[in-house]
Design a protein around this ligand. Sequence first.
Ligand code: FES
Length: 56
Amino acid sequence: MYVCLCKGVTDSAIRDAVDAGAESLRQVRDQLGVASQCGKCACVAREVINEHMESA
Ligand code: FES
């Protein structure tokens, strides 16, 4: 599903970035652009990151 509509970033793309070493919303934003425009997706993006880091 799309987490960030502005940048067209999906939850699986965020999980891939975490698998590749990103450890925070900021790092994922730097890589994918998520939450860099309107910012509405920041909470959901952070949840996806945290959940995936906990399950790793
Ligand atoms: Fe992600 Fe707007 S939906 S920056």
